[in-house]
Design a binder for this molecule. Structure first.
Ligand code: DND
Ligand code: ATP
Ligand code: GLN
Length: 702
């Protein structure tokens, strides 16, 4: 007897929230490609017809209705002929909204399978819009919308926790978060004899996260055997998140096909031919599995009179295990934010980016990421992606016969950088900015803005009759800060002014998006001027730590070919807002902040990922730093961090929307929900730290 060989297809789709037309088009493209590859089953990402990130649009009945209209188009267009289409959309069943998989075949709706565990951690709010299906192994009849009834000749279809039992294979769903739960459905499904489990996901990128996802997939099928298919969105669907694709197919613990994590093409189909008898054989060799399977409750079958497997005359061969591809964090920084920027740019209607480039590590990293974006685009266009080429031509305003020749030329069209110096700026930073812009190909402006700063100071004198002075000139701390902040804030005003008018100056049309470049640590510590250049339209590095950015700079010298980043990396981070006095060291960030960037990373992780208040953080650090600092020093450090964090938490309410990349992001809008007015003395907590660091009966060593 021949083995049961089946060709299966999954995909990465670049969906866009509420773009039903575009989403449907991409779903259809993936179906067509799956068919071309000989697949009989195709799974797509979670909520692919609406886009995953519709958020409160899910409350609108229109959203559900439009999704059904798209399903009708799939049926009407014959897309489910000869191929099981597993598509994600919201469905209202008996007055309750569920996040569902809908299975189509030969013009019929086979089953609607609702999600049974919702994602609510971190960035996710699924239970705000959806309810879990709680009736294990039960189905009900779902009354189909009129239009679908007419199209399918069905009045109802099964709705609930069921599996599809084909003539020659058993297949079921496990949707995104369900894979991450301790009591994941794949165990019961495998014990119930399901051979193929397909996971349509909407899962976002975070640095160093892919291992977790792939470990879970491999672990699931290594333990219980089976085929696991993973589909995901890829791209920015209108929010801070970047969904990072990585569609894959695993068999009995080994991955046989893996799609890319980052990319600028809209549709990527990943397929494999697998031998289902290998699943039976694998399971048959694990006696404890057999024992548990024999007493597991039966799954609810929906019988389908269709063969998924190739016929006996077919000559296809099964796919073999592959080496998994993981990117380094430096590569993740180069590619993830770059793809996010591209999606944002082309979908925003803007003509490019304007970046205030100081020659420091943060704005230089941001410039390098835009350079990386241009390199990725040109590479994909040169590889023959015609659809992308049309999009690049549109956004870059290429003339008809003009070739898309190089990344640097594209950067010249899409990126304007501007150095906005004052008397406090050094020649070093000015030259670094100019050289880096040149290497990337950006259109660069080098300017001084003392006249604007002096005009504000003069206006202040007219209003108050007083003349503030820098500390170095004998001024108070308040004067010193105000004089720094006015330079920083005027940069923001000038940046937006230039962003609006530079296309006009260059005889191009449209406006530019202002890029911000404050990193995650500065956001956490509040080491930024509220409404200066940290206030921009979007920020590709706002979720990335200084330590990771510095590693990225080193990597990018060779990998992106921007030599000047060596000099950027070598220089100590400095704001250059205070006058340089002979014989005095220049202002440096770490001195100004009263803590190092490395320490900030540690505080950030303890506060958010380990859920530490001040006392718990002190306890952790006492262990971590026991050979480095005395208890009293550690107590001081913890108190300093919490004091500045709470003084500046209000700044998190105005942080520029940034690419989410780091699990300790302080983003107040979607990720890290906390008050923004604190008692910054933390009297109760700090007193406890004092007790721990300097117990009453111990000699006072402070
Ligand atoms: N609880 C609260 N709720 C809401 N708003 C509150 C507030 N407390 C103060 N504020 C507001 O915030 C203001 C204070 O914040 P802000 O104006 O940012 O000023 P501030 O935080 O005092 O100073 C800016 C800090 O950023 C540093 N920095 C370093 C490097 C570069 C740059 C740069 O920008 O290039 C800046 C600079 O050295 C300084 O430490 C107050 O004047 C008030 O308007
Ligand atoms: N001289 C300058 N010219 C243009 N933009 C500047 C200049 N100085 C600061 N900026 C902008 O203001 C932002 C905040 O300035 P800050 O001095 O805090 O730099 P930073 O956060 O350390 O970043 P960087 O490492 O890019 O200097 C910078 O990221 C940059 O976009
Ligand atoms: N949409 C989901 O269910 C996503 C949740 C899941 N924890 C993830 O990050 O992939």
């Amino acid at each position: 007897m021949r083995h049961r060989l089946v060709t299966l297809a999954t995909c990465n789709l670049n969906q866009f929230a509420m773009d039903f037309q575009g989403n449907l088009r991409r779903v259809i493209l993936s179906i067509e490609e799956a068919k071309q590859r000989g697949a009989t089953y195709r799974v797509g990402p979670e909520l692919e017809l609406t886009g995953y990130g519709c958020e409160d649009h899910f409350f609108e009945q229109d959203t559900v209705e439009h999704s059904w209209e798209c399903v009708a188009e799939l049926l009407r267009g014959g897309h489910s002929q000869g191929l099981v289409v597993d598509v994600g959309l919201p469905v209202m069943h008996r007055g309750v909204r569920y996040n569902c998989r809908v299975y189509l075949l030969n013009g019929h709706i086979l089953l609607i399978r609702p999600k049974m565990a919702l994602a609510d951690d971190g960035n996710y709010r699924e239970s705000r819009y959806f309810t879990t299906w709680k009736r294990l192994r039960q189905v009900e009849a779902h009354g189909l919308p009129q239009e679908l009834q007419a199209l399918t000749n069905q009045r109802t279809c099964p709705f609930g926790d069921a599996v599809l039992c084909f003539r020659d294979a058993v297949l079921a769903a496990e949707t995104c978060e369900e894979l991450f739960t301790p009591d994941a459905p794949h165990i019961a499904l495998a014990l119930g004899g399901v051979e193929v489990i397909a996971n349509g996901s909407g899962s976002h990128h975070q640095l160093r996260k892919l291992h977790q996802r792939l470990d879970l997939i491999r672990g699931a099928t290594a333990k219980a055997g089976g085929v696991y298919m993973y589909a995901n969105q890829r791209g920015c669907d209108g929010n801070r998140l970047y969904y990072d694709g990585s569609a894959c197919i695993a068999v009995n613990g080994q991955v046989v096909a893996q799609g890319s994590q980052f990319g600028v093409s809209e549709v990527e189909v990943v397929s494999a031919t697998v031998d289902l008898d290998e699943v039976v054989s694998y399971r048959g060799a694990i006696s404890s599995l057999q024992e548990q399977a024999s007493r597991a409750p039966s799954v609810h079958n929906v019988d389908v009179d269709f063969s998924l497997c190739h016929g006996s005359t077919s000559v296809v061969l099964p796919s073999t295990p592959i080496e998994l591809v993981y990117h380094s964090p430096e590569q993740e920084i180069a590619y993830g934010p770059a793809c996010w920027l591209w999606d944002y740019l082309r979908r925003s209607g803007a003509a490019g980016f304007l970046l205030p480039l100081s020659g420091g590590a943060d704005s230089s990293s941001t410039a390098a990421i835009v350079g990386s974006m241009c390199q990725m685009l040109v590479k994909a266009v040169q590889a023959g992606d015609a659809e992308l080429e049309a999009e690049v031509r549109r956004v870059g305003q290429y003339a008809n016969a003009e070739p898309i020749a190089s990344a640097a030329e594209l950067a010249n069209k899409l990126l304007c950088t501007v150095y906005m110096g004052t008397v406090n700026s050094s020649m070093d930073t000015r030259q670094r900015a100019a050289r880096l812009a040149d290497q990337i190909g950006a259109y660069h402006l080098d300017t001084n803005m003392d006249s604007a700063v002096n005009a504000m100071a003069a206006l202040f004198r007219v209003i108050t009759g007083r003349q503030p002075r820098f500390k170095a000139e004998g001024g108070s701390l308040a004067e010193n800060l105000a004089l720094q902040n006015i330079q920083a804030r005027l940069r923001m005003v000038l940046a937006f002014f230039l962003a609006q008018l530079l296309p006009w100056v260059r005889a191009r049309s449209g406006f530019l998006l202002v890029l911000g470049s404050a990193n995650v640590d500065e956001g956490l510590r509040g080491y930024l001027t509220k409404y200066d250049c940290s206030s921009a339209d979007i920020n590709p590095i706002g979720g990335i730590s200084k330590a990771d950015l510095r590693r990225f700079l080193v990597w990018a010298v060779d990998e992106l070919g921007f030599d000047e980043l060596t000099e950027v990396h070598r220089a100590a981070p400095t704001a250059e807002l205070e006058p340089l006095l002979p014989g005095q060291p220049a202002q440096t960030d770490e001195q100004d902040m009263g803590m190092t960037y490395e320490e900030l990373g540690i505080y950030g992780r303890l506060r958010k990922m380990q859920r530490c208040g001040p006392v718990a953080m002190y306890r952790h650090l006492q262990l971590l730093w026991q050979h480095r600092y005395s208890p009293a020093q550690i107590a001081d450090k913890v108190k300093t961090f919490f004091r500045f964090y709470s003084i500046n938490r209000h700044k998190a309410t105005t942080l520029t929307p940034a690419y989410h990349a780091e699990s300790y992001s302080p983003d107040d809008h979607r990720f890290d929900h906390r008050q923004f007015l604190y008692n910054v003395r933390w009297p109760w907590q700090f007193a406890k730290i004092d007790e721990l660091s300097c117990p009453k009966d111990a000699p006072n060593v402070r």
